[in-house]
Design a protein around this ligand. Structure first.
Ligand code: 6PG
Length: 247
């Protein structure tokens, strides 16, 4: 893989606007090439950080095809839902056609495995007919990172870190509540054209150092290594980056 590109910002407004510029650039390249933009979004603090896209020049919301990197197995109007967080922070304020925002099928909440399979089918429908590749190639995947080094719903020591075939999988033992989730797997994340982590605040100091300076620890976030020509980016603030010596 290409070495990852680390961007450090002094404050939140600068990070937010620079991330928005980056997303718009990825969108432009994708739309120029194939008339659509496929993006996967994480939960946590990320949806709010995407606020810089609202009113940003050059955003073509009608070209966006949105998936979730991970989603909690809850109704779409539940406070834990990543979709609800994205809806509140972003989608309610912009004009993405609702059919292009891929939510989990809430009729399957009782069976997380089936829910994951159905979400995988939504991905297959979006990607398989366009790319002959074995895994989908997202134009952009946006990730967060927890203090334990997890990303998406891929947690330290979990068997899902070894998953090599499935595109989407369910877990029922997430150490970060709620326990039941579905998540994209590494093969999908690592096939994206671009992957970007967003990590901010003092609480991420130690883990950011571990992930960037000690890849040998193989924390979940360190296992994000997009296959060539995919590129990994980091958008972090100086509070999170104080201990980092990378590159
Ligand atoms: C989730 C997330 C998860 C998140 C990280 C970072 O749904 O729980 O997708 O992987 O991105 O836990 O969360 P923060 O950005 O809130 O620190």
């Amino acid at each position: 893989p290409n070495p990852s590109i680390l961007n450090v910002f002094d404050d939140s407004p600068t990070l937010v606007s620079s991330l928005a510029d980056f997303v718009v650039k990825a969108q432009k390249e994708a739309v120029d090439k194939k008339g659509r933009f496929t993006i996967a979004l994480s939960g946590g603090s990320l949806p709010k950080t995407l606020g810089g896209l609202i009113g940003h020049e050059g955003v073509k919301w009608d070209k966006w095809h949105v998936f979730y990197v991970d989603e909690r197995v809850v109704p779409l109007d539940h406070p834990d839902s990543n979709h609800l967080a994205c809806q509140a922070a972003l989608f309610s304020k912009v004009a993405i056609p609702p059919a292009q925002i891929h939510t989990i099928n809430v009729e399957l909440l009782e069976d997380p495995d089936e829910l994951a399979d159905e979400y995988e089918k939504q991905l297959i429908q979006e990607f398989a007919s366009r790319d002959s590749a074995r895994f989908p190639v997202f134009d952009l995947i946006l990730l967060g990172m927890g203090p334990d080094g997890h990303t998406a719903s891929l947690f330290p020591g979990h068997e899902l870190l070894q998953e090599a075939d499935r595109w989407v999988a369910s877990i029922d033992d997430s150490p970060k509540p709620p326990p039941k989730r579905i998540t994209l797997t590494y093969p999908v994340i690592n096939h994206a054209a671009r992957v970007a982590f967003v990590a901010t605040g003092e609480g991420k100091q130690d883990v950011l150092k571990d992930v960037l300076d000690h890849p040998e620890l193989a924390l979940p976030a360190s296992r994000v290594k997009p296959n060539f020509p995919g590129q990994l980016y980091w958008f972090v603030d100086s509070a999170a980056a104080v201990k980092v010596t990378y590159p």
